[in-house]
Design a protein around this ligand. Structure first.
Ligand code: NAP
Ligand code: ZN
Length: 362
């Protein structure tokens, strides 16, 4: 068993403004990486800009990160980072800007390298990354993963480099600005991280500390996710569960629902959390048959009586997601060629078992 999370994580109200001194450790010039709109509306960009100014740190803003960021965007942002002589990168936003920030930090630190290094296993260092999450979903602030869209392969994949943020400044106040669909989809992503890391061949007593505590917190938000009426405490529980979910998958990686989701996101633009959620009930059902004791414990921590109750709840929250039959078949074939994802499943699986995982078509 091994435990490794090198990220310094703070969680509190006004977290960014309270931790200028920690930000100042990483240099005098930085590149801020964010999405096109939300960080201006929810105040996160202002918090970072004011704090950097107060610490005498110069910054340039790259605010063109799209959802499911692409290699092309990462390469574009590197130009800004190099011209700003950035010594560190601050990612502000959901998982998309945070993941992009990690890849951009790698490319700035290696100015001679071209994009092919992103997916080549080499020993390259990256600039320090500071993560300011504004969604409660991916936990990217506490994971080493950076998932990019690869247009030429028509899919998404984690880069070959493991880049943990050096510092994560987490504050649930930004969630109050997010629309209900973003809150729901990202909360389902957290749920998927917690389940997929617990029902996982790499799960053990060290990393189940995270997934189990995360599920206890997540379960408290079930009713308000359904009703759409969230309090400050609900936002806090979601944000903490999200970061903890990131810590959990950092040790185990994700499993089949994540592996199967990328096709839905690439071809239909289905948001990440929703695309993963489609396959969660099938995964829980598969595990209930093969590792019943572990699955019962997961369902009980999440306060569901059985796999059917879990499926009913998710379907009600997400609505139906239709996948054309030929595309589903193609997706199953593709995942069967991904030994890394199959190895994370806590039982042997073949085509029939995976095929049975998608049950929301009718
Ligand atoms: P996202 O793609 O970062 O953002 C989704 C939308 O929410 C965007 O339109 C964004 O607007 C908006 N938004 C973000 N914060 C908001 C707020 N506080 N208020 C209002 N709107 C807000 O969504 P995400 O689900 O957080 O991230 C998904 C990405 O993370 C995917 O690429 C996925 O593959 C990746 N991921 C990474 C990991 C990891 O371990 N690194 C794990 C799971 C998933 P703007 O575009 O204007 O900012
Ligand atoms: Zn995810």
């Amino acid at each position: 068993m091994r435990y490794y999370i090198p990220t310094e994580v703070f969680f509190e109200k006004d977290c960014v403004r309270n931790h200028g001194a920690e930000l100042a450790r990483y240099g005098k010039k930085c590149l801020i990486v964010t999405g096109r709109n939300s960080s201006r509306r929810n105040g996160a960009l202002q918090d970072v800009a004011d704090t950097l100014k107060q610490e005498g740190i110069q910054y340039e803003i790259f605010d063109q990160i799209e959802e499911n960021p692409s290699i092309e965007t990462v390469m574009e942002a590197r130009k800004n980072g190099l011209s700003a002589q950035a010594e560190f990168v601050v990612g502000i936003g959901g998982g998309s800007p945070l993941d992009a920030a990690k890849a951009i930090a790698l490319m700035i630190a290696n100015p001679e390298a071209d994009e092919s290094v992103l997916y080549r296993k080499t020993e390259l260092s990256a600039l320090p990354v500071v993560a300011v999450p504004t969604t409660a979903g991916t936990g990217s602030e506490a994971t080493p993963y950076s998932i990019l869209t690869i247009h030429r392969e028509q899919t998404k994949r984690s880069i070959a480099h493991k880049i943990f943020p050096a510092l994560a400044l987490t504050d649930a106040k930004y969630l109050a600005f997010a629309p209900q669909n973003v809150i729901v989809n990202t909360a389902i992503d957290t749920l998927a991280h917690l389940i997929e890391s617990n029902l996982n061949a790499n799960a053990n007593a060290y990393n189940r500390i995270f997934s189990e505590q995360g599920m206890i917190l997540w379960a408290k938000t079930k009713d308000c996710l359904m009703s759409g009426e969230l309090t400050e405490v609900d936002y806090e529980n979601l944000m903490i569960a999200s970061t903890i979910g990131g810590m959990a998958i950092s040790h185990t990686s994700t499993s089949l629902p994540h592996g199967l989701s990328y096709m839905l996101t690439y071809h239909f633009g289905t948001p990440h959390g929703k695309a993963v959620g489609v396959f969660l009930p099938g995964y829980v059902r598969l595990c209930a048959g093969e590792v019943p004791e572990e699955t019962r414990r997961v369902l009980s921590l999440l306060e569901f009586t059985d796999p059917d109750a879990f499926e009913d709840w998710i379907m009600k929250l997400l609505g139906k997601v239709l996948i054309p039959a030929d595309m589903w078949e193609q997706n199953v074939e593709l995942i069967l060629q991904n030994p890394a994802k199959l190895a994370n499943v806590p039982c042997a699986v073949g085509k029939d078992e995976i095929f049975a995982m998608y049950s929301m078509q009718s």
